[in-house]
Design a protein around this ligand. Structure first.
Ligand SMILES: Cc1ncc(C[n+]2csc(CCOP(=O)(O)OP(=O)(O)O)c2C)c(N)n1
Length: 293
């Protein structure tokens, strides 16, 4: 909560509902600066007093840093080193080797280690809990490696769009997809037809879980959010893709290594723990605030 007068510089987000949770509604007493290349797309999300710089973020950051160095420390300007993020090897937290489901954070850690750090795959996250787990836990050292639809968050966007990502790039594309979205629509068959290296990692919890858990977090009456148990490995194979089913972290890690190495279209059915709450509490608080406004 911003109480006294602040300066806020907004970089790298359009402040859409699903990324900023209407945080800007709380920007009273604030001088606001937006830096980015697509000001028209963000104007409606900004308070009227915001000052917009139509600029490349790296250029702006270098100029700002140099100006600060000159003004504050009276040191000569230095070129900025390229952004390079080092990632630790992730530890698998909840694998006891016998559980029948995988903790979603372990799924993210394996994607981070195998798909991102070791293989530089492109990653896309589908609407639903997948989006929250991925955006909260995954880290990238290169731009344009992660895609997520925060504008309308339409289910199906990346179940289908994954094929475009795989078609246009050398590295594999991995989609993090809810079972509900996978059943709604998909383009596995197209990837099989063209032999694109697309991997659908299905977060299988037999539920429209974001709706189920969101209602619970809002203390609302439950709705029927159940999805019949589905074998997505079989589903993938039926369409001509490779199909894998995993229910522990060790298996998932091995299967990810194999699927990425093979570069075939593949569907990985990951049985996840449906009772762990995703990191969407900020959004729930925003919704509660809007209801109470
Ligand atoms: C086309 C469309 N219909 C409905 C919604 C509303 N919606 C958002 S998330 C969600 C449930 C997603 O379920 P699933 O794909 O199984 O993912 P989970 O949340 O369980 O990880 C629904 C129905 C939407 N975003 N898009």
């Amino acid at each position: 909560m911003l109480r006294s007068r602040h300066v806020v510089v907004i970089i790298g987000t359009r402040l859409g509902e699903l990324s900023a949770f209407y945080l800007q509604k709380k920007f009273n007493n604030t001088d606001l600066f937006y830096i980015g290349m697509e000001p028209d797309k963000v104007r409606n999300n900004l308070p009227a007093n915001a000052i917009i710089f139509n600029s490349d973020i790296q250029c702006f950051s270098e100029a700002l840093l140099n100006a600060l160095l000159k003004q504050l420390i009276h040191k000569p300007a230095v070129p900025c080193p390229a952004l390079m993020v080092e990632f630790a090897d992730y530890v698998i937290k909840n694998n006891n080797g016998s559980a029948e489901t995988i903790h979603p954070v372990d799924v993210m850690n394996i994607i981070q280690k195998v798909a991102i750090n070791q293989n530089n795959c492109y990653i896309a996250a589908e609407a639903g809990n997948s989006f929250f787990w991925a955006s909260h836990h995954l880290k990238f050292s290169q731009p344009v490696r992660y895609r997520v639809g925060t504008a309308f968050s339409t289910m199906g966007h990346y179940v289908c769009g994954l094929v475009g990502i795989a078609a246009g790039n050398k590295e594999c594309a991995v989609g993090i997809i809810g079972d509900g979205a996978m059943l709604m629509v998909n383009e596995v068959s197209t990837a099989v037809h063209y032999r694109f290296p697309a991997i659908w990692l299905v977060m299988n919890d037999s539920s429209y879980n974001m709706c189920r858990q969101g209602l619970a977090m809002l203390n609302s009456e439950p709705l029927d959010c159940d999805i019949p148990d589905t074998d997505f490995a079989l589903f993938g194979r039926a369409l001509g893709a490779d199909g894998y089913q995993v229910n522990n972290s060790q298996q998932l890690q091995e299967v990810m290594v194999e699927a990425i190495k093979n570069r075939n279209p593949a569907v990985i059915d990951v049985k996840i723990d449906k009772n762990v709450f995703p990191p969407l509490n900020d959004r729930i608080e925003t919704i509660k605030g809007l209801i109470n406004d």
